[in-house]
Design a protein around this ligand. Structure first.
Ligand SMILES: [Zn+2]
Length: 460
């Protein structure tokens, strides 16, 4: 039996969740459900990144205590998984979960034991939005390419991780496919970054800059562990890595697939820093990394701070969970970005879930009731195209999801609905029934088409 461990990233909880994180949750959920149905043992892990400096700054801006602010937003992220029907096996909150700090400390000590952590004075340009340092040449006219803000100059004594030691091994692991990175252009991006030479990475900051929030560096309480080190560690700390629990043996060292889902903007952290940390600590690496594209909303970049996100809770409340899940799976490409609008959600829902699936079910059940006394006939219909679609779909879905291609998987499912509706239109069962032995009343369509109203939507 295959054992599969699937994770989402941990979102920062500096604001309420937007639809972009909903995409990742739904993708992870579909992979987990599919593998479970195929008989795998599956664990789906998600959670929240509570310890980011930007959470602290957002709390200050809101005039709320950090603990209260983080708890409130983190609850909204945890609730979103439920709203979207995501069957997560475990949710870790990095500031609350006792497993987490113990695990981060253990990971830190393991890397220190390998001689990969050292202290030095450092000056650099730090973007709090990204929670990372930038080199001058990475900036656009002195501004963060992600946030458009000017990074602040930080000068302090930090702990550094000897990332520079691991470039060659990472390159080999990625090139041989032992660490699979999808899609291919993301893999090439990582290989290009490694080929450019890896520099050692600052992995702590002063307590003062961290405002005392976060996990203290083991044996150096003046420093706080870099939030990315902290957050990446969750993939093993949630498995009781720090407390010698059996989940670690079972789901990390003992699983066949360790799959991380993430957005393309945090690729480097997952495909370079995290595997290097694991190599240093002598732990197994993830087997697969899938970086999905970004959602835009009406062609604007989703930004929690700029208020251009879509609230997935409100969306589900207005339109239901199935339309939202279906849209995310059906329209977001395997590679590249997708643009969300409520009009597109409504159009997709009406075309496929309502007119496609809904009417198919309505037609079939109505005709079975009317022409077959409510019993499904034992002799199957002569419908070769429909039969073929049904026969092929499981294999097509397996292949598409092995490829992390949700559009292809939903297209395979859709082919059944399409073939069934076509079959009904072509064979006209109501006409056949009318010519049959039993007298029939004058024919009226036994189903009534219905549609989702185009409700007004804020900002659309
Ligand atoms: Zn930034």
């Amino acid at each position: 039996m295959t054992r599969t461990y699937i994770t989402t990233t941990l979102p920062y909880v500096n604001a309420r969740p937007h639809l972009g994180f909903g995409l990742e949750l739904v993708q992870a959920d579909v992979l987990a459900r599919h593998r479970r149905l195929r008989g795998d043992e599956v664990r789906l892990q998600t959670g929240t990144d509570d310890n980011a400096l930007k959470n602290v700054l957002a709390a200050e801006a809101a005039g709320v205590g950090v603990r209260e602010f983080v708890d409130r937003n983190a609850e909204a992220f945890v609730a979103l998984a439920g709203t979207l029907g995501v069957a997560a096996d475990d949710v870790i909150r990095t500031s609350r979960d006792p497993r987490h700090r113990a695990g981060v400390e253990r990971l830190w000590r393991a890397c220190a034991a390998s001689g990969d952590l050292y202290r030095r004075h450092y000056e650099g340009l730090y973007c709090v939005g990204c929670e990372r340092f930038y080199a001058e040449e990475e900036l656009r006219e002195g501004r963060c390419p992600e946030h458009g803000t000017r990074p602040g100059l930080v000068a302090e004594e930090n702990w550094f991780f000897r990332l520079s030691r691991y470039g060659e091994r990472l390159r080999e692991l990625i090139e041989t496919g032992r660490l699979r990175i999808e899609p291919a252009e993301r893999r090439n991006e990582v290989l290009g970054f490694i080929a450019g030479g890896l520099e050692d990475l600052s992995v702590s900051r002063s307590q003062a800059r961290a405002r005392g929030w976060g996990i203290p560096v083991p044996d150096d309480p003046d420093q706080v562990v870099y939030v990315w080190w902290d957050a990446l560690g969750n993939y093993v700390t949630a498995l009781d890595f720090g407390t010698d629990g059996e989940a670690y043996e079972r789901w990390w060292t003992g699983s066949d697939r360790r799959l991380h889902l993430l957005g393309k903007d945090v690729l480097r952290f997952h495909a370079v820093y995290w595997p290097a940390m694991l190599l240093s600590a002598g732990l197994p690496l993830p087997t697969e990394i899938y970086a999905h594209g970004h959602l835009t909303v009406a062609n604007r970049k989703i930004s929690k701070s700029a208020g251009t996100g879509v609230d997935p809770e409100a969306l589900v409340a207005a339109y239901g969970v199935d339309p939202v899940r279906w849209w995310l799976l059906r329209e977001v490409p395997r590679s590249g970005d997708a643009d969300f609008t409520v009009d597109r959600l409504i159009a997709r829902t009406n075309d496929e879930l309502v007119n496609g699936v809904g009417n198919l079910i309505s037609r079939v059940t109505a005709m079975v009731a009317k022409y077959r006394d409510g019993r499904v006939p034992e002799t199957p219909a002569d419908a070769p195209a429909l039969e073929a679609a049904c026969r092929q779909t499981p294999d097509l879905v397996d292949a598409a999801l092995a490829d992390l291609d949700f559009r292809r998987a939903t297209a395979a499912v859709w082919a059944i609905v399409d073939a069934a509706n076509r079959h009904i239109d072509e064979t006209r069962p109501w006409a056949l029934a009318r010519r049959g032995h039993r007298p029939q009343p004058p024919w009226t369509p036994p189903w009534r088409p219905w549609s989702v109203p185009a409700a007004p939507w804020p900002g659309n």
